[in-house]
Design a binder for this molecule. Structure first.
Ligand code: ADP
Ligand code: MG
Length: 271
């Protein structure tokens, strides 16, 4: 049986405000899923809830890995179980070098029994692996000496995210596209790199606005979120339709969810 991340009737509230209203989604390892939808429809909220972010209150439904309910697990337990998320607005950590950050993260994910303060992956072993991965990804080793996301361009954030994936080798990866614009070459490089680090063996959920990313990394499934629900699921042709024609057809087909979307959009200018 293949490994599965299964979300059933998920309801999530933020600061008491309902955002997700019954999301169903099953991702098997080896599949790539694209999640699309207008701003504020709840895409990032879904990612954060899967990851176990404490600001996102699950008010109903379940999240399971291979049939095991993970709702009570905190974010680091979920990371150890093989779930990874790259954030839309990655935090910068001035003063912490990429290499040190990755060594801590990799130790945490690989040694679930390790207690705070106990040994990290031995330096020599870690360095060797990092060098191998960086050379495979054609990254300059200098990159690992920079502070995490500190002054990174959009393309560099993307590379940092892929290097993390390469070192952590998650089973399920949620990639929430960065706000920063990526040029076509950066997007192409990113999707090639995902393939090179074994993306085909992961279950990937890509939240994206870039049609090029999907060109190089064609999704097996495309889901459309509107007003906190997945209203439609299709193949790669659905992604293509949304890029070229926008969400008018979707809004007309699902007036109830479209009304909820407007309500949320009025309350917040951001998202
Ligand atoms: N941390 C948060 N604090 C307050 N409101 C939030 C937070 N995260 C999401 N929301 C709200 O939830 C709604 C959905 O946001 P989000 O999931 O970011 O949408 P999307 O990623 O589809 O653009 C928006 O109204 C947004 O303001
Ligand atoms: Mg978002």
């Amino acid at each position: 049986m293949s490994e599965t991340l299964k979300i059933t009737d998920l309801h999530v509230a933020v600061e008491g405000k309902p955002i997700l209203r019954g999301v169903n989604l099953t991702i098997n390892r080896g599949e790539t899923h694209a999640l699309m939808g207008p701003n504020g429809s709840g895409k990032s909220t879904l990612g954060n809830a899967i990851m176990g972010h404490p600001s996102y209150d699950v008010t109903g439904g379940t999240i399971e890995i291979n049939g095991q309910d993970i709702m009570e697990w905190d974010a680091s337990e979920r990371a150890r179980a093989g779930i990874f998320m790259a954030f839309q607005r990655p935090m910068s950590i001035p003063g912490v070098k990429m290499a040190d950050f990755l060594r801590h993260a990799a130790t945490n994910v690989r040694n679930p029994e390790r207690k705070e303060g106990e040994d990290l992956i031995p330096m020599r072993e870690f360095r060797k692996e990092l060098k191998e991965k960086m050379s495979q990804l054609r990254m300059d080793v200098e990159f690992a000496r920079r502070y995490v996301n500190d002054g990174f361009s959009g393309g560099e954030m993307k590379r940092a995210e892929i290097l993390q994936m390469a070192m952590l080798r998650p089973k399920f990866a949620i990639l929430d596209e960065t706000d920063s614009g990526l040029d076509v070459d950066a997007v192409k490089l990113a999707s090639q790199s995902i393939a090179e680090i074994g993306g085909a063996e992961m279950g990937i959920l890509i939240i994206t606005h870039h049609d090029k990313l999907l060109d190089y990394n064609a999704p097996d499934f495309t889901h459309v979120m509107l007003g906190g629900k997945i209203v439609e699921t299709g193949g790669v042709e659905l992604a293509q339709e949304l890029y070229t024609q926008g969400y008018d057809r979707i809004r007309a087909a699902y007036p109830e969810e479209a009304a909820l979307e407007e309500e949320l959009a009025e309350e917040t200018a951001t998202a």
